[in-house]
Design a protein around this ligand. Structure first.
Ligand SMILES: Cc1cc2nc3c(=O)[nH]c(=O)nc-3n(C[C@H](O)[C@H](O)[C@H](O)COP(=O)(O)OP(=O)(O)OC[C@H]3O[C@@H](n4cnc5c(N)ncnc54)[C@H](O)[C@@H]3O)c2cc1C
Length: 461
């Protein structure tokens, strides 16, 4: 039995916790997989490195609209994959060595609670005054009959394959499905997506979700309001799935099956309830605003506790927990409750705050402004025909309730709106008290802000 001042469970975002300010604590980190966790090894970073390569291919093909007639000769997948993981993979060894050299004990077997504040790691029991649970989440598998008898991938494995498959069947219609659909279609795969809902990206604003579904339907074979009712080996390396939808049952063959049906927190793997932690109906650890669990001295952060599944949220939570560990009695929560996100598809999508359907459902009074990329000079340069920025605004306070951008560079364009929401600036301030570079794409934001209806216009609910 070893006792520590601090044990961190999980070296994804959790690895950022033991900094200089906590150096005086006798600390252990438990990480059974790779330092850097999901974001670095199998999430945000490798997907976005793949997306940039995908965009190089798809932009070349799409350049004909600008009068540039290019062809993509070859996509060398192994070169793309090895560039990505050649950069990422060495970081694990370096991070682990760095921690050990700096006096932190690193355990490389999975931990699970056997009692409150008591962990079993391999055959060793560890206890600590303070435990930070940052054990993350993992792909959730749907109960598709036959799934265990066929080869399939999840986001954990698909970026390390050896060849681009000629065809791929993606089950799921959320952001991970959308990003991989974009990547594999850009590299030449025929992509089929089976989605149980009526549109893709159902969590987005309904107008964005509808526009994206329309764009995706032009690139991929889409089955909406459909389920894979059974999947079987096709006799070779691929699979055949029976897809049941409104038009009946269809057999779809694919060389690769990719399951993207959501993620679940790893609270079962760490036996969180044996540690006295209370879970919500989705299995997330319940904490208070300061990220304290119900067990004094045990904290939780990241995907294991929040529903956002966003790395920037997990990073912000690490900073909060680090502060709170050093300031007992003066704990704080997140400074901003504004949680933006982006989907790196084609077109790109970025969003913050309320969607229009949320505002309606909650009866939140709002006005809407919508500006199209094609109304701006840079939109002309891009020859964009589908992009838009949509703002939801409180008609009385004239502050932003939500912002949704569908089109090139959305993830960058939304930043001044995130800032305005976080700082409580009015749309009029952000529109008029700031100069926007002409003719940059940020003029889209300026024009959308200037378009926000004035008090005389009737609010919508
Ligand atoms: C394909 C994909 C793309 C994504 N893209 C984005 C994006 O563009 N932007 C964005 O903001 N977010 C993105 N995310 C989400 C983001 O990766 C996560 O929100 C973030 O990594 C969560 O960090 P975490 O520290 O909570 O969990 P993790 O990074 O998963 O870290 C948890 C760690 O705990 C370890 N662990 C598990 N079980 C145990 C155990 N029993 N004992 C000890 N340790 C354990 C795990 O091995 C892991 O290393 C993406 C996710 C995926 C899957």
């Amino acid at each position: 039995m070893s006792h520590y001042d601090l044990i961190v469970l999980g070296a994804g975002s959790g690895n950022m916790l033991p900094g200089d300010d906590l150096r005086h604590l006798r600390t252990a980190i438990v990480e059974p997989d790779r330092f850097g966790g999901t974001c670095l090894n199998r999430g945000c970073i490798p997907t976005k490195m793949s997306v940039v390569a995908a965009e190089a291919a798809s932009n070349a093909r799409a350049a004909a609209r600008l009068g540039v007639h290019a062809t993509v000769e070859t996509v060398n997948w192994k070169e793309i994959r090895d560039r990505i993981f050649g950069r990422i993979d060495p970081l694990h060894d370096k991070a682990l060595a760095y921690r050990r050299e700096n006096g932190i004990d690193v355990y490389t077997e999975p931990a699970r609670f056997v009692a409150p504040k008591t962990l079993l790691v391999g055959s060793e029991q560890l206890t600590a005054d303070t435990i930070v649970v940052a054990a993350g989440s993992r792909p959730k598998l749907p109960p598709i009959p036959g799934l265990s008898d066929v080869p399939y991938h999840t986001s954990d494995t698909v970026m390390r394959i050896d060849e681009i498959p000629p065809s791929i069947l993606i089950v799921g219609g959320g952001f991970i499905a959308a990003e991989f659909g974009h990547v594999f279609a850009s590299f030449g795969s025929r992509v089929t997506i089976v989605q149980s809902g009526p549109r893709l990206l159902m969590a987005e604003d309904e107008q964005v979700s509808a526009a994206f579904t329309e764009a995706a339907a032009q690139r991929h074979r889409l089955f909406l309001e459909a389920q894979v009712s059974v999947v079987r080996p096709d006799g070779g390396a691929g699979i055949t799935a029976t897809v049941a939808g409104p038009a009946g049952e269809v057999d779809v063959h694919a060389d690769l099956l990719l399951i993207c049906t959501g993620r679940r927190p790893n609270t079962d793997l760490i036996d969180a309830t044996a540690g006295g932690l209370t879970l919500d109906e989705h299995g997330h650890v319940i904490t208070d605003e300061a990220y304290r669990t119900g067990v004094p001295g045990v904290w939780a952060l990241g995907d294991v506790t929040n529903h956002f599944q966003l790395k920037h949220m997990a990073n912000a939570e690490v900073r909060v927990v680090a502060h709170n560990l050093q300031h007992p009695g003066a704990e704080r929560g997140l400074t901003s409750r504004v949680a933006p996100h982006a989907v790196f598809t084609e077109p790109q999508i970025a969003s913050v705050g309320l969607t229009e359907q949320d505002a309606r459902a909650r009866g939140v009074e709002h006005v809407v402004a919508l500006r199209r990329y094609s109304d701006t000079a840079y939109g002309w340069a891009l020859e964009d025909t589908t992009g838009f920025a949509k703002l939801l605004v409180d008609p009385t306070a004239r502050t932003l309730l939500g912002a949704h951008i569908f089109g090139p560079h959305a993830a960058i364009l939304i930043q001044p709106l995130i800032q305005a929401m976080s700082l409580g600036q009015t749309v009029d301030q952000v529109a008029r008290d700031v100069l926007y570079i002409h003719p940059a794409l940020t003029e889209l934001i300026e024009q959308a802000l200037l378009d926000v209806p004035h008090p005389a216009s009737a609010p919508q609910t």
